[in-house]
Design a protein around this ligand. Structure first.
Ligand SMILES: *Cc1c(COP(=O)(O)O)cnc(C)c1O
Length: 245
C-alpha cells in the first residue's frame, strides 16, 4: 500500500511539472509543446518509470551508463531515452548496442566521444543519433562540458565530421546547488547564436537543454527547449546505503 501511494505521487508530480512547463511557455508566448520534459529517473526503480509511462509519458533520462543499460531492456521499446551528462568513450558501444531506442545523448563534450558514438552508431546500422554538445557555462572545474569559446569547434566537428550523428543543439548544467543563474542560460543562448550563424542553421534546429528541478521555469523563459527534471518528479534521490559493519 505504501508503494502504491508513492507511485501515485510520482504521476501527480509529473502532471504538476507539466502544468508548470506549459504555464512558463505560455508566459513567453511559446507553444506548449515547444518544451520537452525529460523525466530523470536516476537511482529510481523501473516500477516508478513504468508508472509514468502508463500515464502517457515517453521521454526519460539517465545519467549513469550502468543504470540505463539495466533499465532500458526492462521497459517498453517506444520510450525515448536520453543519456544526460558526461559519457566515457569506452561506454559508447554498449550504450548504442543495448539501448536501440536511445533518442539523444546530451553531453558530448569532446571529439573523442563524438567519434566513438559515430562509429558505434555506424556499426549497429541504426538511424543517426541526436547529440547535444555540453557547454560548461558556469566555469566550475568540476563540471563537464566545453568552454563556451570552444563550443563552435565541437559543434562543427559533430555536424560536419560525424555522419552518423545529428547535431541537435547545446546542453548545460547550472550552478552546483542547481539554481542556475540567468547568466549561465544567457551564455548557452549566446553560444547558440554563434553556432547557428557559423553553421548556417536556423535557431529552431538547435535545441537548448537547460533547466532542472529548481530552475526549469526560468530556463524556459530564457529559451530552453528541453528540461531535465529528476527530484521534483521522483522525489529525492536514493543512493545505496553503505554496507553496515
Ligand atoms: C540528475 C540530473 C538532472 C536532474 O536533476 P534534478 O535537480 O533532480 O531535477 C538533470 N541533468 C543532469 C545532467 C543530471 O545529472
Amino acid at each position: 500500500m505504501a508503494a502504491a501511494a508513492v507511485e501515485g505521487a510520482t504521476v501527480s508530480a509529473l502532471r504538476s511539472v507539466l502544468q508548470r512547463v506549459y504555464k512558463a511557455a505560455d508566459r513567453c508566448g511559446r507553444p506548449y509543446d515547444g518544451v520537452r520534459v525529460v523525466a530523470v529517473g536516476k537511482t529510481k526503480p523501473v516500477s516508478l518509470i513504468r508508472q509514468l509511462y502508463d500515464a502517457g509519458h515517453r521521454c526519460f533520462g539517465e545519467n549513469y551508463v550502468q543504470e540505463i543499460l539495466d533499465k532500458a531492456p526492462q521497459l517498453p521499446p517506444d520510450i525515448e531515452w536520453h543519456f544526460i551528462g558526461h559519457l566515457q568513450s569506452n561506454k559508447a558501444k554498449s550504450l548504442i548496442a543495448i539501448v536501440p531506442n536511445l533518442d539523444m545523448v546530451e553531453g558530448v563534450d569532446n571529439e573523442k566521444i563524438a567519434n566513438h558514438l559515430d562509429r558505434a552508431v555506424a556499426s549497429m546500422g541504426r538511424k543517426p543519433l541526436k547529440v547535444l554538445v555540453q557547454v560548461n557555462t558556469s566555469g566550475e572545474a568540476s563540471k563537464s562540458g566545453v568552454d563556451p569559446t570552444d563550443c563552435l569547434e565541437l559543434a562543427k566537428h559533430v555536424k560536419l565530421g560525424c555522419p552518423n550523428l545529428r547535431f541537435s543543439g547545446l546542453m548545460t548544467i547550472g550552478m552546483p546547488d542547481y539554481s542556475s543563474t540567468p547568466e549561465n542560460f544567457r551564455t548557452l543562448s549566446n553560444c547558440r547564436n554563434e553556432v547557428c550563424k557559423a553553421l548556417g542553421m536556423a535557431e529552431e534546429q538547435c535545441e537548448l537543454s537547460m533547466g532542472m528541478s529548481s530552475d526549469f521555469e526560468q530556463a524556459i523563459e530564457m529559451g530552453s527547449t528541453n528540461v531535465r527534471i529528476g527530484s521534483t518528479i521522483f522525489g529525492p534521490r536514493e543512493y545505496p546505503k553503505r554496507a553496515q559493519g
